[in-house]
Design a protein around this ligand. Sequence first.
Ligand SMILES: Nc1nc2c(ncn2[C@@H]2O[C@H](COP(=O)(O)OP(=O)(O)OP(=O)(O)O)[C@@H](O)[C@H]2O)c(=O)[nH]1
Ligand SMILES: [Mg+2]
Length: 369
Amino acid sequence: MKKAIVIYPVIEKLKKNIIENKLIETCNLAEAIYLDVIYKEYFLLKKPDPKGLMRKGKLNYFLEVFNEFNFKGNNNILIFAIDISPIQQRNLERIYKIKILDKTSLILEIFGERAFSKIGRVQVELAHLSWQKSRLVRSWTHLERQRGGFGFLGGPGESQIELDKRMINKRIKQLKLLIIKEKKTRDIQYNNRQKKKVPVVSLLGYTNAGKSTLFNSLTKLNVSAKNKLFETLDTKISYFYLPNIKRAYLNDTVGFISDLPTLLVEAFKSTLIEVAKADLLIHVMDSSSEEVEEQKKDVLKVLNQLEINPNSIDGPPMLEVMNKMDLPSSKGKIDISNLSNILFISAKTGEGIDKLKLEIDKNLKILNF
Ligand SMILES: Nc1nc2c(ncn2[C@@H]2O[C@H](COP(=O)(O)OP(=O)(O)OP(=O)(O)O)[C@@H](O)[C@H]2O)c(=O)[nH]1
Ligand SMILES: [Mg+2]
C-alpha cells in the first residue's frame, strides 16, 4: 500500500472546524484510492509563494517531518488539500523528491479509477486533458525555458508546447463529439421514457450520503455502496414501484463535493444535467455528518453552476431526505423544527422508506402522472 501525507495550507479565512473537516475530507479522498494516510497537518499560509508555495522555514519544517516518517521515493505521495500551480508543484517535487498530487489531480485520479462506462471514461479523459491544457498555459515560461534550453523566443520549447496544445485540442474535440453523440442516444432513450409516461426520479447529493444504498433499497438491485468518497461515477437507471403511480424510473449518479473543480463539473455536465432533467429530484443528505448543512449548500452550489434551480418555476421539484437516521450521531444534531419539509429515513434499516415512497407518489401525481 502506498503511503500519503496530507498537508493543508489554509489561505482563505475559515473557521477552525471547517478547516479540520476539509483536511479530513482530503484524507478520505486519498483513502478512496487506497493510500494509507500516515500523517496530516494544516497551517495558516497568509501569502503563498508563487514559486515554492511555502517559505523556507516551513519548507524545512516539512522536510524534517518527512524524514521522521522516512517519507520519500516512489511508494509515497504528498497530497495538498488545495490546488497548487505547476511551478509550485515542480519545485516542491524537486525539493522533497516525491510525487505530489493537489486537490484537483487527486479527484482526477479517483475519477480515472472509478469510471467504467464508455461515457464515464470519455468524461474523465476530457476533464484530465482540460486540466493538462490549463497547466501548459500557466507554466508557459517555465516549460519553455526547461524544454527549449536557452529560452530563445520561438525555440524548440515553444513549438513543443504548441504541439502538445494542438494534440490536446484535437483530442478534446474528439471527446466532445463523442459526448454529443452519446447525449443524442440518451435523449432518444429519455424521449421514449417520456412517451411511455413513466416518470423519472433522480437521486443526488453529497458523496457518501447514501444515494446508492437508497437506490438499492428502492429498486431491490445491488449497485456498489461503500464507505468511500466517489464510489459511484457511472449513472445507473432502473425501475422501481410506487403504491399509486406503479412504475417509475430511478437514477443514481456521481456525488458532489465541496470545491468540486470547475473542469470536472464541465466534463460531467451532460450527465449531471441529464440527471437533473428528471421529473422529481431527491436530495439525499447524511444526517450523521457534522457538515450536513455545509454539504447541503455545496450541492445547491453545484446545481446552481449547472443552471438548475430546483423548486423554482423553471426547475424540477426536489424532496429533501435526511438519511442514516439509524446512527446514534444523527438525530440530536438536527433542529427538527426548521426542517418540517424534510423526510427522515435510513436507507440501511428501511426506516421511513414507505413514507418516502408515498411522498414521491404524491409529488408525481401533482405532476399529472
Ligand atoms: N448507518 C447507515 N449507513 C448508511 C445508510 N445509508 C448509507 N450508509 C452507508 O454510507 C456509506 C455510503 O453509502 P453509499 O450508498 O455508497 O453513498 P453514495 O451517496 O452512493 O456515495 P457516492 O457514490 O460515493 O457518492 C456506505 O458505507 C453505506 O453503507 C444508512 O441509512 N445508515
Ligand atoms: Mg453511490
